[in-house]
Design a protein around this ligand. Structure first.
Ligand SMILES: C[S@@+](CC[C@H](N)C(=O)[O-])C[C@H]1O[C@@H](n2cnc3c(N)ncnc32)[C@H](O)[C@@H]1O
Length: 297
C-alpha cells in the first residue's frame, strides 16, 4: 500500500496541471435543441442516436484496419500521447468512454503494468496479488465492444478483473459519483448527441484531482495544409471506406462529423463549463486532432 501511495503521488506530481487557466465562456446548451447535426445533415436528436448506432454497427468489424488506413497508423501515436498525459498508476480506477474496440484501455493497462513491473524490481515485497486496478471500457455499441473483447482475448487480457467491458451511454454513465481517477474519450465525443451532458457526466464520475482527457478530430487552420487535408478527408477517406469496408456513407459521416465538431477553443470552453479546471489543449499534426485536458479540483 505504501508503494501504491508513493506511485499515486508521483503520478499526480509528474502530471500536475500548469497554471494556465482558460476562462469559461458562455455556451448555449444543446440540451435545449431538438435538432442536431449528423455530419452535415440536420436530424432530430432521437434520429442521431439511431444513425450513429448504425454507423458503428456497420463499421465494427473493419474499424481497426480502417483506423490504421485512414490515419496512416498515426492514431496509435495519438493514443500513446493521450495515455502518457494520463500518467496511469497501479490501483487506478479508469474509465474509457466510447472505448469501442479497446485501444485506449489496452494502452492504459499496459502503462500500468510497466509502472508495476518497474516498482516491483525496486520493492519486490510490495507485490500485491489483489490489485485493485480497474480499467472500464464503456461504449454504447455492443458490436464495437464485441470486437474489443475478441482483441482482448488475442492479447491475453480476457477475463482479467482489471479490464471491464460495459455497455453504456456517455450521457448517463452507470458509475458512482467520484469513483474514477481518470476519464478518457478518444474519437467518441463528436458522436454523442449532447456533448454538454457527456462532459457533466465525466465531471461527476471523476474523483477530486481526477483528470479528463479527450482525443478528437479537430480543426486545421494552416493555409495550404487545410486544403490538402480537406481533399484527403472528403475524396480519399469515403472512397477507402467503400473499398475496404464496403460502406462509403459511414466514412462520409465520420469526415463530416469532424468538421461539425466545435473548434479547439470552443470545446475547451465547453469543458470548463462542465466544471473542469486548468483546461488546456494540444494540437497534433497541425490540429488534425487535438487532446483536451481538464482537472476536477
Ligand atoms: C470512432 S469510435 C472510437 C473508438 C475508440 N475510442 C477508438 O479511439 O478507437 C466512436 C465510438 O463512440 C461510441 N459512441 C457513440 N456514441 C456514444 C455514446 N453516446 N456513449 C458511448 N459511446 C458512444 C461508438 O459506439 C464508437 O464505438
Amino acid at each position: 500500500m505504501a508503494l501504491r501511495h508513493t506511485l499515486r503521488q508521483f503520478s499526480r506530481k509528474s502530471c500536475m496541471f500548469s497554471p494556465r487557466l482558460l476562462q469559461a465562456r458562455n455556451t448555449s446548451s444543446s440540451a435545449e435543441s431538438h435538432a442536431t447535426s449528423f455530419g452535415f445533415r440536420q436530424v432530430s436528436e432521437e434520429q442521431k442516436g439511431k444513425l450513429v448506432g448504425e454507423v458503428f454497427e456497420s463499421v465494427a468489424s473493419k474499424y481497426d484496419v480502417m483506423n490504421d488506413l485512414m490515419s496512416l497508423g498515426l492514431h496509435r501515436l495519438w493514443k500513446d500521447r493521450l495515455v502518457s498525459k494520463l500518467c496511469p498508476f497501479p490501483g487506478m480506477q479508469h474509465l474509457d468512454v466510447a472505448g469501442g474496440t479497446g485501444d485506449v484501455a489496452f494502452d492504459v493497462l499496459e502503462a500500468i503494468n510497466r509502472v508495476e513491473q518497474r516498482s516491483l524490481q525496486v520493492l519486490p515485497a510490495e507485490a500485491d496479488a489483489e490489485d485493485e486496478t480497474r480499467v472500464y471500457v464503456c461504449d454504447i455499441n455492443p458490436a464495437m465492444l464485441e470486437v474489443g473483447k475478441q482483441r482482448a482475448k488475442k492479447r491475453g487480457l480476457a477475463g482479467l478483473p482489471s479490464l471491464q467491458w460495459v455497455e453504456g451511454n456517455a450521457e448517463h454513465l452507470d458509475f458512482k459519483d467520484e469513483s474514477m481517477d481518470g476519464y478518457t474519450i478518444a474519437f467518441g465525443i463528436r458522436n454523442v448527441t449532447h456533448i454538454d451532458r457527456a462532459l457533466k457526466e465525466a465531471h461527476r464520475v471523476l474523483k477530486k484531482g481526477g483528470r479528463f482527457l479527450c482525443l478528437e478530430l479537430s480543426h486545421v487552420s494552416m493555409p495550404g495544409f487545410k486544403q490538402i487535408y480537406d481533399m484527403y478527408s472528403f475524396a480519399v477517406i469515403p472512397a477507402v471506406g467503400q473499398y475496404v469496408a464496403g460502406d462509403r456513407n459511414s466514412y462520409q459521416y465520420l469526415v463530416e462529423s469532424a468538421r461539425k465538431f466545435p473548434t479547439q477553443e470552443r470545446f475547451a470552453s465547453m469543458i470548463a463549463d462542465a466544471g473542469f479546471q486548468d483546461v488546456q489543449y494540444e494540437n497534433l499534426v497541425g490540429g488534425v486532432v487535438a487532446i483536451h485536458s481538464g482537472f476536477k479540483l
